[in-house]
Design a protein around this ligand. Structure first.
Ligand SMILES: Nc1ncnc2c1ncn2[C@@H]1O[C@H](COP(=O)(O)OP(=O)(O)OP(=O)(O)O)[C@@H](O)[C@H]1O
Ligand SMILES: [Mg+2]
Length: 145
């Protein structure tokens, strides 16, 4: 039985496609849903250079966390009326490593993620985060197209 699920999200439209499936899993005895967002340290560097030159890394990370918390709130609303426990987790680092580490630490039964994320390259078959999580995680992974 699937009791604990990790849903790593970059809040992209692709990752939102997971919500419908998560609701179905929630109706089948799910107890804990962990929502994880990883602020990609590579993007933090780029953002800093392009748009937020006056901000230091810590400020950029705080802004990312604030934005993530707002998006987490919207996501949690999707599960209104459900009795599952929902926890939100914000981390900074390499998304695939943090997803795998978090899944192990929480000992989840399943990871649910999108097959792509924010990358707009249409020819991309599979995002690199999704690909690495599937390849390297010891946990079962449900990838939503
Ligand atoms: N920073 C992140 N934090 C949490 N989950 C993420 C993050 N990035 C991606 N994911 C999860 O992985 C899924 C696949 O995203 P992925 O990053 O592999 O694709 P992409 O952004 O299109 O490609 P790439 O990152 O290789 O340019 C997303 O739908 C989401 O569920
Ligand atoms: Mg990505």
């Amino acid at each position: 039985m699937v009791k604990k699920v990790l849903f790593p999200t970059d809040f992209s439209e692709h990752s939102k496609k997971c919500i419908g499936y998560l609701k179905k899993i929630a109706d089948c005895g799910l107890e804990h849903l962990y929502l994880l967002h990883v602020a990609d340290y590579r993007i933090i560097g780029e953002t800093d250079m392009m748009f937020e030159e006056v901000l230091d890394d810590e400020q950029v990370i705080r802004n990312c966390q604030k934005r993530a918390e707002e998006k987490f709130k919207e996501l949690i609303k999707e599960f209104d009326g459900n009795s599952i426990k929902i926890e939100t987790i914000f981390k900074v680092g390499s998304p695939f490593s943090e997803i795998i580490r978090t899944a192990d630490e929480l000992d989840v039964d399943l990871i649910v993620l999108g097959f792509r994320g924010y990358n707009i390259a249409e020819e991309l078959l599979l995002g690199s985060t999704a690909e690495k999580v599937v390849r390297k995680s010891k946990k079962p992974v449900l990838m939503i197209k």
